[in-house]
Design a protein around this ligand. Structure first.
Ligand SMILES: O=C(O)c1ccccc1NCC(=O)[C@H](O)[C@H](O)COP(=O)(O)O
Length: 263
């Protein structure tokens, strides 16, 4: 059984529990939260989606005691385009409370980074202040993917549709997903290969598609490579969570987009 299989198995149990509880009221937004579908095109530098990641299956503990609000405030004040909050408790040690707390304090788009297999999770993510949810193509059937995608869009949420191979990219394009995340990490083996972004980005035919290169981004050169491959943003977790000088690290990763090849 792969780690993704184990995570999905756990999510099925969580969904059963969620269905027994009332959905919390939707958080009032702190301000006007822009949609990344609109703001990630035509920016002067590569957008960074900065992640709050306490731990992970591949790396174990990263920063279990992070103050998510302090971290998010630092991310926002240093110009990241969006913040990803890992809300999974069992494998990543995050929580919906982390997302809820962050959403009260920052007004950048917030990605609820979890493993969505059911509409009820989308209701909870929205209630906790998410403006974007993640749909991992490998985690659900293509018919469920379409249902969840449509449901999230109907709720006024952006959807980051995540792929890791050719078949998943074809599924995302069939869905007409406007934001596609290419995960450089193989969720079955944990192997990270930054060339995955280039290989899959070359399949994309719609120039309006927002491409996000995810995982394993450590240096300015890594971001430049993603930009050269047509990505308009990078999703960065561990590198930012472990940064000694966060403003400096963010600034280094904000590569100018001039000359970015279009898809
Ligand atoms: O990070 C993991 O070990 C992992 C394992 C299984 C499923 C998902 C996993 N990570 C989620 C992510 O997509 C990353 O947190 C995100 O792309 C940031 O990656 P990084 O910059 O390498 O921390």
């Amino acid at each position: 059984m792969t780690i993704l299989d184990k995570i999905v198995q756990q999510k099925k149990k969580e969904v059963e529990q969620l269905k027994k509880k009332p959905i919390p009221e939707v958080q009032p937004a702190t301000g006007q939260v822009p949609s990344i579908a609109r703001t990630f095109h035509n920016t002067e530098h590569m957008n960074i989606i900065a992640e709050i990641k306490r731990a992970s299956p591949s790396k174990g503990s990263i920063d279990l005691d992070v103050d998510p609000v302090k971290q998010a405030t630092l991310y926002a004040s240093n110009g990241v385009g969006a913040i990803s909050v890992l809300t999974d408790e069992t494998f990543f040690k995050g929580s919906m409370d982390d997302l809820r707390a962050v959403s009260k304090m920052v007004d950048v788009p917030l990605l609820c980074k979890d493993f969505f297999i059911d509409e009820i999770q989308i209701d909870h993510a929205k209630a906790a202040g998410a403006s974007i949810i993640l749909l991992i193509v490998a985690a659900v059937s293509s018919s469920k993917l379409r249902e969840l995608y449509t449901y999230a869009k109907d709720q006024g949420l952006d959807v980051l549709c995540e792929v890791h191979d050719d078949d998943e990219m074809i599924t995302a394009m069939d869905l007409d997903a406007d934001i596609i995340g290419i995960n450089n990490r193989n969720l079955k083996t944990f192997e990270v290969d930054l060339s995955t972004t280039g290989l899959l980005a070359s399949m994309v035919t719609n120039p309006e598609t927002i491409l996000i290169s995810e995982s394993g981004i450590k240096t300015r050169e890594d971001v430049a490579q993603a930009a050269g491959n047509g990505a308009s943003a990078v999703l960065v977790g561990e590198t930012l969570m472990r940064a000694d000088d966060l403003p400096k690290t963010i600034s280094e990763l904000q590569v100018p987009t001039e000359g970015r090849s279009s898809v």
